[in-house]
Design a protein around this ligand. Structure first.
Ligand code: UD1
Ligand code: CA
Length: 457
């Protein structure tokens, strides 16, 4: 069967109450329309996306997926949306899906297509049966065949009782679309053209119009509101978490863990409650991610431990690294094996060599640290002079005493020792001791007793 795909994504989504076009609202790192595109992928020869409301934004977001776009300049309903794309279609079958149906699975489309082919049908509608069908078009049946689809707003009391609904996914013969679309008439009050009317028209004209019920009713969810968006979030979260657990990842409290669809996690990794793993992230085997951690666009090697309340963004952590609690790794951070970044340490655009440690209260920016460096508590790379960022280069085995400022640009040779409390402004050669402290004054007898007496205490 030669099938072409059409995804409807031109509507504003008024019920979302949003500036953003509805189909671009994200769930676990992807706009909902991308889920629909992925479900259709591989099942159609080419895919058309009908865009309209903020069409540039939608096309921009889908730009690299190899899709074709056609504009519906004024959004006059789903029937009108199909009319706009009609002249571009050439395959004998057309699979249509709405862009607001992120829970749809590709496997369900396969079953629908198979049912369609087996029954020699002219049109097949993907349907589902809901506890609460409010808002959906109702399927009026006669045995295996459909008699009509009635929109919720136009349904009588009897029709409202029907719990089998139209999911908005259809397989049409191109021939029927060509004949029926020009005949649609607008529905009051908004004057919209309804795609389901093509189905009812087909029935009246004696075509074979069938319905395939999707096995998992959740898949039929159309996201029209923020509340429905939240339902989609929880279903997709649960699907991803189930897949992770099946692949050997421990999730202590899955309902509190949000892992974006494209994130990989290795087996025997343990994830504590309230964790988010986002974007293009991959986590190796045997890692431990403690509570309130967010990791975005980062790669963590095997055996890495991220302690509570840390934020990791755009970073590469080779194996066996230990981060946090309360650490912040910013984009461009690259930590070699066995590095330790402790509490209240921020690292940005820096490479930290194997086994080096910054255990407390530091800022490391635009720096390259060798192997086995010890960064004392409170050390700061002063990388910014108000105009430009400058690099700091620290050799292997350097010991930086606590509360040191390294004023960049700066080079510290390997095995150098920097005394605590120093402000280092000049390069330090290998193996040297560098100190910059004011001389300490000691004045006997002027301690607290003296001070209290003076204040009359
Ligand atoms: C539609 C169906 C309803 C079905 C439900 C399933 C119609 C008239 N009704 O209702 O039978 O039960 O989906 O979720 O089709 N769109 C355009 N151009 C337009 C209007 C809409 O591209 O002019 C797109 C939207 O961006 C959206 C999709 O079509 O992705 C569906 O539109 P929506 O307004 O959500 O339809 P529903 O009212 O949910
Ligand atoms: Ca909808």
């Amino acid at each position: 069967m030669r099938i072409e795909g059409v995804v409807l994504a031109a509507g504003q989504g008024t019920r979302m109450v949003s500036k953003r076009p509805k189909v671009l609202h994200g769930i676990l790192g992807l706009p909902m329309v991308v889920y629909v595109v992925r479900a259709l992928r591989g099942r159609t020869e080419g895919m058309w996306v009908v865009t309209g409301h903020r069409g540039e934004d939608v096309e921009g977001r889908l730009g690299n997926l190899g899709l074709s776009f056609v504009r519906q300049d004024s959004q006059r309903g789903t029937g009108d949306a199909l009319r706009v794309v009609l002249s571009h279609l050439s395959a004998p079958w057309v699979l249509v899906a709405p862009g607001d149906m992120p829970l749809l699975r590709g496997g369900s489309l396969d079953s629908m297509i198979e049912y369609h082919a087996r029954g020699g049908l002219d049109v097949t509608v993907l349907t589902t049966t809901l506890e609460d069908p409010a808002g959906y078009g109702r399927i009026l049946r006669e045995g295996d065949l459909i008699k009509a689809i009635v929109e919720d707003s136009e349904a009588g009391p009897r029709e409202r009782e029907v719990r089998e609904v139209n999911t908005g996914v259809y397989l049409f013969s191109l021939d029927i679309l060509k004949k029926a679309l020009p005949l649609l008439s607008p529905h009051p009050p908004k004057g919209e053209y309804y795609l389901p009317d093509v189905v009812s028209w087909g029935v009246r004209e004696g075509y074979k119009v069938g319905a395939w019920q999707v096995g998992d009713p959740q898949e039929g969810l159309g996201v029209n509101s923020r509340a429905q968006l939240a339902v989609a979030w929880s279903v997709l979260r649960d699907r991803k978490n189930k897949a992770l657990m099946e692949a050997g990842v421990t999730l202590v409290e899955p309902s509190s863990v949000y892992v974006d669809v494209d994130v990989d996690v290795g087996w025997d990794t343990m994830v504590y409650p309230w964790v988010q793993l986002q974007g293009k992230t991959s986590i190796g085997e045997g890692c431990v991610i403690f509570s309130h951690v967010r990791i975005l666009d980062s790669r963590l090697g095997a055996g890495t431990v991220v302690l509570d309340s840390s934020l990791v963004e755009g970073a590469v952590l080779e194996g066996g690294v230990r981060v946090g609690p309360m650490a912040r790794l910013r984009p461009g951070t690259w930590l070699d094996r066995g590095v330790k970044i402790g509490n209240f340490v921020e690292v940005k655009k820096s490479h930290v060599g194997e086994g080096s440690k910054a255990s407390h209260l530091s800022y490391i920016g635009d720096a390259t640290l060798g192997k086995g460096v010890n960064v004392g508590a409170g050390t700061i790379t002063c990388n910014y002079d108000g105009f430009a960022k400058h690099p700091t280069i620290v050799g292997d085995g350097v010991f930086i005493g606590s509360d040191t400022q390294l004023v960049a640009p700066l080079k510290v040779g390997s095995q150098a020792l920097i005394g605590a409390g120093s402000t280092i402004t000049k390069d330090v050669p290998e193996n040297a001791l560098a100190l910059s402290r004011a001389h300490q004054k000691v004045i006997p007898g002027k301690g607290m007793d003296y001070y209290r007496k003076r204040r009359g205490g």
